[in-house]
Design a protein around this ligand. Structure first.
Ligand code: G3H
Ligand code: 13P
Ligand code: NA
Ligand code: ZN
Length: 305
């Protein structure tokens, strides 16, 4: 069933588990996400960035909405990193049930004003809203606290932000970053900050940049001819811990990008005569499904729907 983000995330926060918010850009990605959720009886969020909307538009949104409506588990369609009020309203017109307004690069008061405007309009239409406070970006463990405080989310400010905006869930900067290069070894994630913010706020918290960039997938990518540097993602145990203390929405894009490309590369490498797109993209879908299954197990959402 197609539901709002709040319908999925409020129970997750209360139950101390996380729900994967996976980015989609085509039918196969969408199927891997939603069909795996059904198989595992897990709620799930499918998200489209502005880039995904530019690429797939209403055609892609309709695929997600149709699969969601027919799904036997709760599914929300979410706008990832909406950059303006107009962008959020456009997504709502397209049928999204959750939108992110990301004004986190603006000064606090401007972020509040932009977010509050989206919240007012979205709530009138029964759509839930995510906003972000702080600057996303990888940081090292040894960085001194003052420097961390300069761009990671300040707990007291987070409380004020939520009070002033009425936002439904809040993305916090905790040291994670987008993409396949999140730091050396085991990338740092500020668990103490999550716990503090989780104590002060009862709404669901959101972790962006939560791909695991599994070593096994990175190796398969290389073995199939891909070129990739010192890739590293967020450790499974770190996500488990974060979900106990307030993180309820866990954003994953990079892992599915890697998985789909691994599937495609392997089919083409192993079967030079193959040119049936169903063989090529079907394998990509299988590799992505395995990633989604693993993530849902880590987050603890299996069996919650
Ligand atoms: O946060 C960014 C997501 O990974 C989406 O990336 O804007 O290239 O679709 P994109
Ligand atoms: P990853 O790059 O770690 O997959 O993060 C995706 C994300 O945060 C989308 O908003
Ligand atoms: Na988002
Ligand atoms: Zn993000």
């Amino acid at each position: 069933m197609l539901v709002t983000g709040k319908d999925i995330l409020v129970p997750a926060r209360a139950g101390k588990y996380g729900v994967g918010a996976f980015n989609t850009n085509n039918m196969e990605i969408t199927q891997a996400i939603i069909h795996t959720a059904e198989k595992l009886r897990s709620p799930v969020i499918v998200q489209m960035s502005e880039g995904a909307i530019k690429y797939g538009g209403q055609d892609l949104a309709n695929i997600v909405i149709d699969l969601a409506k027919r799904a036997t588990v709760p599914v929300a369609l979410h706008l990832d990193h909406g950059s303006s009020y107009a962008s959020a309203m456009n997504a709502i017109r397209m049928g999204f049930t959750s939108v992110m307004i990301d004004a986190s690069h603006h000064p606090f008061e401007e972020n509040v004003a932009e977010t509050a405007k989206v919240v007012e309009a979205a709530h009138a239409l029964g759509v839930s809203v995510e906003a972000e406070l702080g600057r996303l970006g990888g940081i090292e463990e040894h960085i001194v606290v003052d420097e961390k405080d300069a761009f990671l989310t300040d707990p007291e400010e987070a409380v004020k932000f939520v009070q002033d905006t009425g936002v439904d869930y809040l993305a916090i900067a905790i040291g994670t970053s987008h993409g396949a290069y999140k730091g050396k070894g085991r990338p740092y994630i500020d668990q103490a900050r999550i716990t503090k913010i989780g104590e002060l706020l009862s709404i669901p918290l959101v972790a962006h940049g939560s791909s695991g960039v599994p070593a096994e997938i990175v190796q398969r990518f290389r073995d199939a001819g891909g070129e990739i540097g010192d890739a590293a993602g967020i450790a499974d145990d770190d996500l488990r811990e974060a979900c106990k203390h307030g993180i309820a929405k866990v954003n994953v894009d990079t892992d599915l990008r890697l998985a789909s490309t691994v599937g495609i590369r392997e089919v083409l490498r192993d079967n030079p005569k193959e040119f049936d797109p169903r063989k090529v993209f079907g394998k990509a879908r299988d590799v992505m499904s395995a990633i989604v299954e693993h993530k849902m197990g880590v987050l603890g959402s299996v069996g919650k729907a």
